[in-house]
Design a protein around this ligand. Structure first.
Ligand code: NDP
Length: 442
């Protein structure tokens, strides 16, 4: 039955390979749930969940520093609001098109459900490249983007956040424009600055949450992070804070990357250098070796998976680990893979990990800490209060442990113990399906 739905999705959404991939993975996992619940079949829950409630595409005109007019395309997919307002990040990257935003929005539905918080699924962005642009250009772009988006979002309707290419600077510019247009100071975006409604721990949340999830996986294997060799791809928000938590817990992180290449430091990556280069100076990771001569830079980002490690953390982008890279990691003795990026392993790569009994933490469970803490930011905004770092961090840790427990339990209930891909998809789907069924045909 799910085969037919998958075929229909491919026909209806031509050319959107990433979206097809995400739908296929989820639907194949939830097939047994549909068998168990004939009422979901009658109500066409699966057919409805793959169709976004609303899709917005809009023109974003702006002027560069030379006075030239530039035109980009903006997106917001309001995918599913069965369990709460649409929630999900905005990605600014030249590779962005409808298929990427739809895959991310679709994944977000089940991820948000796993957090246990009241958040529906959504995602947005633009094919704009902030790299190499001045702050003024980024500001003009963000203002133009928000000049359209503002009419579709709201603190109880749709609450965007950051993603690739959208950090504190971009959220600030977009929030300022929203406030001016609406004349309202509300929690309409998350990832805000701490002085104006942001939550402590939000910056660290995806990376820290990933490691809290990984610790649960390791606990079940009787292993720990102490002395483990870790490779973390990317050197953006997720990678930096995953590396920080790994180092705090005694692991040795030996490699990080950006979209041009990767750095191997056998002594252990010096995170302060990475943070300064990427967060402050906005430079390339290749600069790292100028300061640390024991380290080596290699051109080409995917080579990072040939570096020997115990734990691999794909924290950059979708489909960065293919079958060949997965086989190399296995050959080099990897024990665990936890996904900080969204859908970073191809379906073939996942099969290699599962077949070789590598513990595998899928993105929608393992990287849910970011959106969970966004949910905590929304709660604090509604209360008009700010929680302490410790309190928020503890809450995050609790949520990640609970996500692991839910995914593990579902994998056991559906006879695939230890398969957290299936477990996370089922546990995330069940809540959304119950809510959609209860709310009737809307
Ligand atoms: P950032 O923009 O902060 O960092 C992204 C990093 O990945 C950069 O080092 C970037 O290199 C690298 N990268 C981007 N595109 C590619 C590519 N095509 N090939 C290789 N490397 C690439 O983004 P985040 O850290 O926020 O996001 C990383 C991943 O985590 C994404 O998949 C995102 O969807 C996911 N995620 C993020 C969350 C968050 O809270 N931020 C929450 C949950 C998931 P360069 O500097 O060269 O561009």
């Amino acid at each position: 039955m799910v085969k037919g739905i998958i075929e229909q999705v491919k026909k209806r959404n031509p050319g959107e390979a990433e979206f097809h991939q995400a739908v296929e993975e989820v639907l194949e996992s939830i097939a047994p749930v549909l068998e168990k619940h004939p009422e979901y079949k009658t109500a066409k829950i699966a057919e409805r969940v793959v169709e976004p409630e609303r899709q917005l595409m809009f023109r974003v005109p702006w002027q560069d520093d030379k006075g030239q007019v530039q035109v980009n395309r903006g997106f917001r997919i309001e995918f599913n609001s069965a369990i709460g307002p649409y929630k999900g990040g905005l990605r600014f990257h030249p590779s962005v098109y409808l298929g990427i935003i739809k895959f991310l929005g679709f994944e977000q539905i089940f991820k948000n459900s796993l957090t246990g918080l009241a958040m529906g699924g959504g995602k947005g962005g633009a094919d704009f490249d902030p790299k190499g642009k001045s702050d003024s250009e980024v500001m003009r772009f963000c203002q133009s983007f928000m000049a359209e988006l503002f009419r579709h979002i709201g603190p109880d309707t749709d609450v965007p956040a950051g993603d690739i290419g959208v950090g504190g600077r971009e959220i600030g510019f977009m929030y300022g424009m929203y406030k001016k247009l609406r004349n309202e100071f509300t929690g309409v975006l998350t990832g805000k600055g701490l002085d104006w409604g942001g939550s402590l721990v939000r910056t660290e949340a995806t990376g820290y949450g990933l490691i809290y999830f990984l610790l649960e996986m390791l606990k079940d294997m009787g292993k720990s992070l102490k002395g483990a060799a870790v490779v973390s791809s990317g050197s953006g928000n997720v990678s930096i804070y995953a590396v920080q938590k790994c180092q705090e817990l005694g692991a040795k992180v030996v490699a990080v990357s950006d979209s041009n290449g990767y750095v191997v430091d056998p002594e252990g990556i010096k995170l302060n250098t990475v943070k300064r280069l990427k967060e402050v100076e906005r430079k390339r990771i290749s600069e790292y070796v100028k300061e640390h001569t024991g380290a080596k830079y290699h051109e080409g980002c995917n080579g990072i998976w040939t570096v020997k490690c115990d734990i691999a953390l794909p924290n950059a982008t979708q489909n960065e680990i293919d079958e060949k890279a997965a086989a190399k990691l296995v050959e080099n003795g990897v024990w665990a893979v936890a996904e900080g990026a969204n859908m970073p392993s191809t379906p073939e790569a996942i099969k290699v990990f599962l077949k070789n009994k590598v513990a595998f933490g899928p993105a929608k469970a393992a990287n849910a800490g970011g959106v969970a803490t966004s949910g905590l930011e929304m709660a604090q905004n509604s209360q008009r209060l700010s929680w302490s770092f410790e309190e928020t961090d503890k809450y995050l840790e609790r949520i990640m442990k609970n996500i692991y427990a839910q995914a593990k339990k579902a994998s056991e209930e559906y006879d695939q113990p230890g398969n957290l891909v299936v477990g996370a998809n089922i546990a995330g789907f069940e809540k959304v399906a119950r809510a959609m069924y209860a709310q009737g045909l809307v």
